[in-house]
Design a protein around this ligand. Structure first.
Ligand code: A3P
Length: 345
């Protein structure tokens, strides 16, 4: 009996001992792992978030492979047939706004495996000569894609051109329309900077932004100046709303697309009814460029051309303030119509 009790006690002690040793070993192992996972400086973790899952490489390689060759005109008719490739009219168009970040938006959306971009601005709906060539000409300008993919094109002149809403409506009354906007005064200066660069290249004379934006006779904002007019977003949008309901538009924050593109892209994915596929892995900040660049996969990445992200000339503060005051009521109306509010002055 005594022997049996001693054996039971020994067994209990053994179990207890194993539990204690097991717990100690677990704690040691856990502390070791934590040491490895947590950077010494917590700020580091903000700059190096864990890299999320990569987009299935096959689709993107296909985009970089055959579709890329097709765009360059290097694929045969047999290849087109074999892969069931088609040229589809766009299901979404980035209609503007010029200098809002239209190129960045198009290129970033093209990271999505279900999106294929038309690389060039086609200017079908805003150019009478192109429009007269007919819808088959337009379709012929579209990239090859798989039937389940959607084609997107961007031509920022569409937003401000009178005839365009009706023409797009005639092609597809349920098309999705993307408008990327920036703070209106900054956009106007960006617009000026682009024109200025062109004039400088051709050795042409040019005026200062201040002289163009302010009417010298009245000292008021010069609404005849195109860079100012384009930034009155609500005026243009109202023309579009005669044809399309507001639900068919999605407003993209161009200022946030510069500083933090992913959330803006995720909103667009949702608007286009696409599964969320663009991830932080696909976007990396390039300190030399001062902008986010695109990572398609382990081997292929790219930044936008140097013509995107020009240094703006310094503008007289009183002119900036005058413009901001001028745009203010139009901005309020724009927020009210679109339901998207910005922190613009
Ligand atoms: P700035 O040149 O004024 O900086 P668009 O393509 O419509 O012409 O717009 C050009 C603007 O896109 C640039 O204006 C730039 O600020 C902005 N942009 C947004 N994201 C960018 C990116 N990742 N790389 C370069 N430019 C970007």
């Amino acid at each position: 009996m005594l022997f049996k009790q001693q054996a039971l006690l020994r067994q209990k002690l053994f179990v207890l001992g194993s539990l204690v040793i097991g717990s100690v070993l677990y704690l040691v192992a856990r502390v070791g792992t934590l040491d490895r996972l947590q950077p010494i400086c917590p700020i580091e973790s903000r700059f190096h978030p864990p890299e999320p899952e990569q987009i299935p490489l096959r689709t993107l390689q296909f985009k970089r492979g055959l579709l890329h060759e097709l765009r360059k005109g290097n694929a045969t008719k047999d290849q087109i047939r074999l892969h069931n490739l088609v040229q589809q009219l766009p299901r979404a168009i980035i209609i503007g706004v010029r200098k809002g970040g239209t190129r960045a938006l198009l290129e970033m959306l093209n990271l999505h495996p279900a999106v294929v971009k038309a690389s060039q601005e086609i200017h079908f709906f805003d150019n009478d000569k192109n429009y007269a060539r007919g819808i088959d000409w337009y379709r012929g300008k579209m990239p090859f894609s798989l039937p389940h993919q959607i084609t997107i094109e961007k031509s920022p002149a569409y937003f401000i051109t009178e005839e365009v809403p009706e023409r797009i409506f005639k092609m597809n009354s349920s098309i999705k329309l993307l408008i990327i906007v920036r703070e209106p005064t900054t956009r106007a200066v960006s617009d000026y900077t682009q024109v200025l660069e062109g004039k400088e290249r051709k050795n042409k004379t040019y005026h200062k932004f201040e002289n163009l934006a302010i009417d010298a006779n009245t000292c008021e904002v010069n609404t005849k100046y195109k860079a100012v007019r384009t930034s009155i977003y609500t005026k243009h949008l109202e023309r579009w709303l005669k044809y399309f309901p507001v639900e068919q538009f999605h407003i993209v924050d161009g200022d946030r697309l510069i500083t933090d593109p992913l959330p803006e892209l995720q909103l667009v994915e949702r608007f286009l009814n696409l599964p969320s596929r663009i991830s932080q892995y696909n976007l990396y900040f390039n300190a030399t460029r001062g902008f986010y660049c695109l990572r398609f996969n382990i081997v292929f990445n790219k930044c936008l051309a140097g013509s995107k992200g020009r240094i703006h000339p310094e503008v007289d503060l009183s002119v900036v303030t005058k413009l901001q005051k001028f745009f203010h009521p139009f901005n309020q109306k724009f927020y009210q119509i679109t339901g998207r509010t910005f922190n613009w002055p």
